[in-house]
Ligand binder design. Structure first.
Ligand code: ADP
Length: 669
């Protein structure tokens, strides 16, 4: 019954556990008992049970299943909950080249019963004396050579490889590697490398997936509950989900959400995964400048690893997750290759069903993965990559939207995060407005959230301190505007527009940076310059034009009208109206050309307290996108040429060409 003398047996004598085993197995106990007659092969189940089977007993059992019919056997086995022992049999069959029919039958049964192969990881086969039995075609030397631990290792690995449901190509590679592994000593560095490789291959979700749930109504509710405003983006996401519901095989365009930081791009990505009931994984691409980061290193390199895509799949353990490629506009490039080029393959529906990671060196089907990208600007996304994606613009928020977002989402979320309740802390809308106006200047709501977090922390300290001293503290603690200075410090962005426009030669422009819309003070000064003796009217005059935060890239042409207004102010010595901001490109003949990102720019002007905005006439249509409140608060002047711009920018207008000529004529007369 026991193994040969000298062999260490960790297994528990099976007889002791038999009654319990019988109770569990019910009908199959008979076969199992029969199989115990030979008592030569010992299998250890971690729960402490040990059974031993002979080859003939084993065959009896399998024949029984065969005669009963496959499905029937599966359901019976499931209902009797006797799976562990059967799984061991399957493992044994797969491991020891039993006749193909039996092996197939059992491995199929096992795969159906344990799709997640969890059992494979908790069971181990202990080899007893019986391995020399020729019935199993197992060579005695080989068995002895393996030794106990080593044998366990490769045996369970082989089982796991079979259970991983990988495609034939990958299976072939794994079995080959397994063969090599068997011949290696554990002390060889190559052993660890091969072992790691096999572990990864086993862990990859070759055929594990989640079932999509596509209820558009539920998706709409979920998106609305999670996010305030952003109607355009939510509509596009719902369209996307609806089309997926109608047509499964659609080669989807890859959505790329472009907008300033903190406007909820990542958060919407997460909600899409939630709507579809898929796993979500975020791959941060900022600063990635090596294509191996995407596609992995070849295994010949020391310290080689798979790329982020394969690593992500391993983490989520399903082959149809939602992958958020965060910050695709910040991909770098170096001598180690262009990661954007590697991403092209990943995102191309024609190619990504056979994505090859250098580390794996076999293809992995990425066609079920749903990719979404986010970026702050399209300017730095490589053109070929941009071409694969559909850009959805996510603009910044208005003051009112920010207030609503903080009341509905940010404050409750931060309260919960800091272990506080609404009964303990109340931040009234007036205070939130003050935080928005004086402590943040951003298109999104990230600093706002951080500041609310700071308020919560301050209150948490107060509550904890008072608790320690005496239990009395008036609840809820209401944060007033005047408390903010103590908690958040001195406000850093008090309104300064009117203060800065007090000298000639300053004009307020509107620009778009990757952080969203911004106001920009363009300043000009005149200094004495070189005299060359020519007929230039500017002879002897140098102009210094100053653009603040020059290091931040801005979209250039739209500063045209601002520069001209600034120069007009400098030369005429007149002040530009202190409540006017402008944007627009200008030609040498003085025509005003349309520019982009009007919504973001106007929102920035509104944030800064500007009252009048001068825009190119051809941008008039963009005003429809603005929230009503903003349209109501601001006075929009649309201009075709420079005269109209200057007339709107200066109090009392600015004399144009005709007026100047009239004035000259009058002087002559
Ligand atoms: P992004 O990816 O655009 O930089 P995030 O998705 O990380 O921004 O959003 C930052 C925070 O702001 C998150 O906590 C998010 O839930 C919140 N947020 C942004 N926009 C909204 C919104 N419209 N409604 C609710 N919360 C929002």
């Amino acid at each position: 019954m026991d193994g040969p003398a000298g062999k260490k047996r960790k297994t528990v004598a099976h007889g002791r556990h038999l009654p319990e085993w019988e109770r569990q197995t019910g009908e199959y106990a008979g076969w199992i008992k029969a199989s115990l007659k030979g008592q030569r092969y010992s299998f250890c189940v971690p729960c402490g049970m040990s059974i031993e089977v002979s080859a003939s007993g084993f065959c009896d059992l399998s024949k029984h299943f065969e005669t009963k019919g496959h499905q029937d056997a599966v359901s019976r086995m499931k209902s009797y909950a006797v799976t562990k022992a059967e799984v061991l049999f399957c493992q044994f069959v797969a491991e020891h080249n039993l006749p193909a029919t039996i092996a197939d039958h059992f491995s199929e049964l096992t795969k159906e019963m344990f799709p997640d192969s969890e059992i494979a990881s908790v069971l181990s086969v202990r080899k007893g004396a019986g391995f020399s039995d020729q019935h199993f075609n197992l060579n005695k030397e080989e068995a002895d050579e393996d030794g106990d631990e080593d044998g366990d290792d490769t045996a369970s690995l082989r089982w796991k490889v079979h259970a991983a449901k990988m495609p034939d190509e990958a299976l072939r590679v794994c079995l080959k590697e397994l063969k090599r592994l068997k011949k290696m000593s554990q002390s060889m560095p190559e052993y660890a490398r091969t072992r790691n490789y096999l572990d990864l291959m086993i862990e990859l979700p070759w055929s594990n997936n989640t079932k999509d749930s596509l209820d558009i109504q539920a998706a709409r509710t979920l998106l609305d509950n999670d996010h305030y405003a952003m109607e355009k983006l939510k509509r596009r996401v719902l369209e996307y989900l609806a089309v997926r519901q109608l047509k499964d095989s659609l080669k989807d365009p890859i959505l790329c959400f472009v907008g300033p930081p903190g406007v909820g791009k990542t958060s919407v990505g997460r909600s899409i995964a939630k709507c579809l009931r898929r796993e979500f994984h975020c791959i941060a691409l900022a600063g990635v400048c090596d294509q191996s980061d995407i596609r992995g290193h070849r295994r010949t390199y020391v310290g080689s690893m798979p790329g982020r895509i394969i690593n992500g799949l391993k983490t989520v353990a399903v082959n149809n997750p939602v992958f958020l490629l965060d910050e695709v506009d910040k991909l770098g490039m170096s001598w180690q290759g262009d990661p954007a080029a590697a991403l092209l393959e990943v995102l191309d529906p024609e190619q990504n069903h056979s994505f090859t990671d250098h580390y794996l060196n076999v293809t992995f089907d990425l066609s079920q993965v749903l990719f979404i990208a986010t970026a702050n600007t399209t300017a730095t996304i490589p053109t070929a990559l941009l071409d694969r994606m559909e850009v959805v613009w996510v603009p910044g928020y208005t003051q009112e939207e920010k207030l609503e977002i903080s009341n509905r989402h940010l404050i409750p979320h931060q309260l919960e995060h800091h272990g506080l309740s609404p009964q303990q802390l109340r931040i009234p809308p007036k205070t939130t407005n003050d935080i928005i106006n004086r402590y943040t200047r951003e298109a999104g709501v990230r600093s706002l959230e951080r500041n609310i977090g700071a308020v919560c922390r301050a209150v948490a300290v107060k509550i904890a301190e008072v608790k320690a001293a005496s239990p009395k503290l008036a609840m809820p603690i209401v944060i007033k505007n005047r408390d903010l200075k103590d908690i958040l410090g001195i406000p850093f962005c008090d309104r300064e527009v009117s203060e800065r426009l007090t000298l000639p030669g300053v004009a307020l422009g509107l620009v778009w940076t990757y952080l969203g819309g911004e106001i920009l003070f363009v300043e000009a000064s005149r200094t004495e310059g070189e005299v060359t003796g020519g007929s230039d009217p500017m002879e002897g005059t140098d102009i210094h034009l100053h653009f603040p935060t020059g290091a931040v890239t801005k979209n250039g042409p739209s500063a045209g009208v601002t520069i001209v207004t600034c120069l007009a102010s400098l030369f005429s010595g007149r002040l530009v109206r202190s409540d006017v901001a402008m944007t627009g490109e200008i030609t040498l003949r003085g025509s005003v050309l349309p520019v982009g990102c009007i919504k973001d720019k106007v929102l920035a002007a509104h944030r800064a307290g500007v009252k009048r905005v001068i825009l190119p006439r051809r941008n008039e249509k963009d005003l429809d996108e603005l929230p009503l409140k903003v349209r109501y608060d601001l006075d929009f002047v649309t201009a075709d040429d420079l005269d109209q711009v200057l007339n709107a920018a200066f109090d009392g207008g600015f004399p144009g060409k005709e007026k100047k000529q009239e004035a000259k004529q009058q002087i002559k007369q």
